[in-house]
Every structure is written in C-alpha cells, then in structure tokens.
Design a protein. Structure first.
Length: 135
C-alpha cells in the first residue's frame, strides 16, 4: 500500500505492466546470448577442435565483433525506441540460440560454424545491449 496525498492506494501488479514484461523477455534473451557468447562457444571450440589456439581465435573474433557492434548499437539506441530495440534483440538472440542448439544436437558443429555463431551472437549482443542501459 502506498500513501499519496494522505490517501492509501495500491500499486499496480508488476506482472500486468507491459513495459516490464517486455524488459524481462529482452533481458532474459540477452542473458542467454551473453552466456553462449562469453563461455559456451569458446569452450565448445576447445572440446570440438581440441586446439586451444582455435578456441582463442573464436573468443578474440567475438570480442572484436561485439566491440564494433556496440559502437553502432549506442548510436541506434539514441535514435530509436529502446523498448523496440530490446524486444528485437531478445527475439534475435533467442532465434540464434535456438538455431545453435538445433545444429549442436544434429551434430553439425565445427570450427567454422562456431566462429560464425560467435560473430552472430556477439553482433546481436553488441547492437542491442546499449538499448537496455539507462541514459
């Protein structure tokens, strides 16, 4: 219960707030992509190729891709509606993570596939993560 101008009012339920639900979906998708980007893909590269240098190449290329995409993402976040960007970023992250999972279950993962997914996940994360940050 909240007291406003001497009157007791109830606050609206958080689960009924559309902006909150959009933010929650976006942040969850972004978290999934960030986990794949920063940990799982380089680790899978090490397991699949058996070569630490190839895993390092994948991690380095992903870091550079995220850096460059973040620069563009900051500009986009300043020029477009952030909630739309956050929702689009979450959808693309979930789509990329689902495609990666399906390909992994089908046994179609190799060095080049891991490198491409790392670039895609890093690019999506870099482009859309500035939209979720406060101005």
């Amino acid at each position: 219960m909240i007291i406003v101008n001497g009157m007791a009012t109830t606050s609206p339920r958080l689960w009924r707030q559309t902006p909150y639900l959009l933010w929650l979906a976006s942040d969850t998708g972004k978290g999934l992509a960030a986990t794949l980007f920063s940990f799982a893909v380089p680790l899978l590269a090490l397991v699949i190729t058996g070569d630490p240098a190839k895993a390092g190449i994948i991690a380095a290329v992903g870091t550079v891709a995220r850096l460059l995409a973040t620069l563009a993402g900051g500009v986009l976040a300043d020029r477009h509606r952030r909630i739309v960007m956050m929702t689009l970023g979450a959808a693309l992250s979930a789509l990329a993570a689902g495609a990666f999972t399906a390909l992994a279950l089908a046994g179609g993962i190799d060095f080049l596939t891991l490198l491409l997914f790392e670039i895609v996940l890093a690019g999506v994360g870099g482009l859309f993560s500035p939209a979720g940050k406060p101005r």
